[in-house]
Ligand binder design. Structure first.
Ligand SMILES: Cc1cc2nc3c(=O)[nH]c(=O)nc-3n(C[C@H](O)[C@H](O)[C@H](O)COP(=O)(O)O)c2cc1C
Length: 403
């Protein structure tokens, strides 16, 4: 009897110690977000003349390390710069006398209706820009009538973001963990919260060489609460260390693996080569996301827009195409759709809008792009998104030999 009591006491003691440890981990995670990092708390519409202006305006209010992390690209940033410049390589051949009146920007992707062909790209740590973090961006995306994509490395929890979206469409972007249970649990959580697709990002088996982050010795001042606990702490880690803790070897089997974990559509993000689009589709991808991660991964790669046409040709309408990297104006959206994208996504402009005005700032960015696209559609003679898809772009040819 005495022995049994002793064993029971020992078990109770062990359980108590486990409870204390778990409690300590939770408390330290909660306090991680109360650091000295001072993100914006603005809450106002912003006046936008040009999306390109937002970067300098945001620089004034986002703490330097956070701003550099958001703005920066890999190495010389040549690919990042080219992302925007590449749109100038082709022209819109405008048509007039077409009877166009008040163009319609509504469209749909994977069965989801949206009011403009622009969605929010998944990006880590919106909390660097604004205290409302991804919850603020989600509220802005919902108010603008479009899809919010949520990174595994978000600084709001998936629950907070779903709640802020209030039923509006949201997609969850997965960085695969080395831990199968964690992958399954994250996908199940996203499903249970109503996220409508899983985005599997495949262009970041490791982090790109982001020199400004290295110079700044940038570490996340806030926790990334959706990263599986087993991957270790996120607050105080650089993005390189966080990528290193994730899955570093990716193959078509990973697409099949994610497909096996969910009935939601799986979108493969970070495709830059027609062969990879083919491989992803063969592995079961329900959509292809053409992107070079906003020039943050492999510097020296082509601009995303430069590879879009070849990929669209190979995909040949088998699955929808989402496009991002460098989209800043209506003509970029128009050109990407004419080149074969179904919708485009924006990364940095959303975060700058969030910093400058909270969720209302995000709405301002999306509304600006909608109005700008409407103007371009009207001036180019296209009434709706299908008309854009049927528009042929013209190679910039003023130096062609047959001229
Ligand atoms: C600060 C920042 C963080 C990002 N984090 C992620 C991420 O966690 N997952 C992901 O798939 N892409 C991430 N991206 C890439 C974006 O999804 C998108 O591909 C890119 O921002 C598009 O380029 P743009 O910023 O020129 O619009 C991030 C981009 C930025 C700027």
């Amino acid at each position: 009897m005495k022995k049994i009591i002793l064993v029971l006491c020992a078990i109770l003691l062990v359980l108590f110690v486990v409870w204390l440890v778990v409690r300590f981990i939770n408390i330290s995670d909660a306090t991680e977000n109360s650091s000295d990092y001072k993100a914006s708390y603005r809450d106002e519409k912003i006046v936008i003349y040009d999306i390109d202006d937002l970067e300098n305006q945001a620089k004034e209010i986002i703490p330097a390390g956070g701003f550099d992390y958001i703005r920066g690209g890999a190495e010389t940033e040549s690919t990042m710069r080219r992302n925007e410049l590449a749109f100038d390589m082709v022209d819109i051949y405008p048509r007039v006398l077409t009877g166009v009146n008040q163009p319609n920007t509504k469209t749909s992707i994977l069965g989801i209706n949206i009011s403009l062909p622009v969605i929010v790209a998944p990006a880590a740590a919106h909390g660097l820009a604004h205290i409302s973090a991804e919850a603020g961006s989600a509220r802005g995306a919902a108010a603008a009538g479009t899809i919010m994509s949520v990174s595994t490395y978000a600084s709001s929890t998936l629950e907070e973001i779903a709640q802020a979206g209030n039923g509006a469409p949201q997609w969850f972007q997965l960085y695969l963990s080395k831990d199968d249970v964690a992958n399954r649990d994250l996908i199940m959580l996203a499903e249970s919260l109503g996220y409508q697709a899983i985005i599997l990002t495949v262009d970041a088996p490791i982090g790109g060489n982001r020199i400004s982050d290295a110079r700044n010795n940038f570490k996340f001042p806030l926790a990334l609460p959706n990263v599986p606990k087993k991957s270790g702490k996120t607050k105080g880690q650089g993005i390189g260390a966080i990528f290193a803790a994730a899955q570093n070897e990716l193959s078509p089997y990973d697409v099949m693996y994610v497909k096996s974990l969910t009935d939601l559509p799986v979108i493969v993000k970070g495709i830059q080569h027609p062969d990879d689009a083919e491989i992803a589709i063969m592995a079961g991808a329900d959509a292809i996301w053409v992107s070079n991660h906003g020039g943050r991964q492999l510097d020296g790669a082509p601009a995303a827009f430069e590879v879009l046409g070849d990929i669209a040709k190979r995909v040949n309408n088998r699955v929808p195409i989402i496009f991002d990297s460098g989209v800043r104006r209506g003509q970029h959206i128009f050109k990407a759709i004419a080149m074969g994208a179904d919708v485009v996504a924006i990364g940095r402009p959303v975060i700058y809008g969030l910093a400058l005005g909270g969720w209302r700032g995000v709405v301002s960015v999306l509304d600006y792009l909608k109005t700008d696209l409407e103007r371009v559609m009207w001036l180019a003679g296209t009434q709706n998104i299908d008309d854009i898809k049927n528009t042929e772009l013209r190679q910039r040819c003023n130096l062609c030999s047959d001229k």
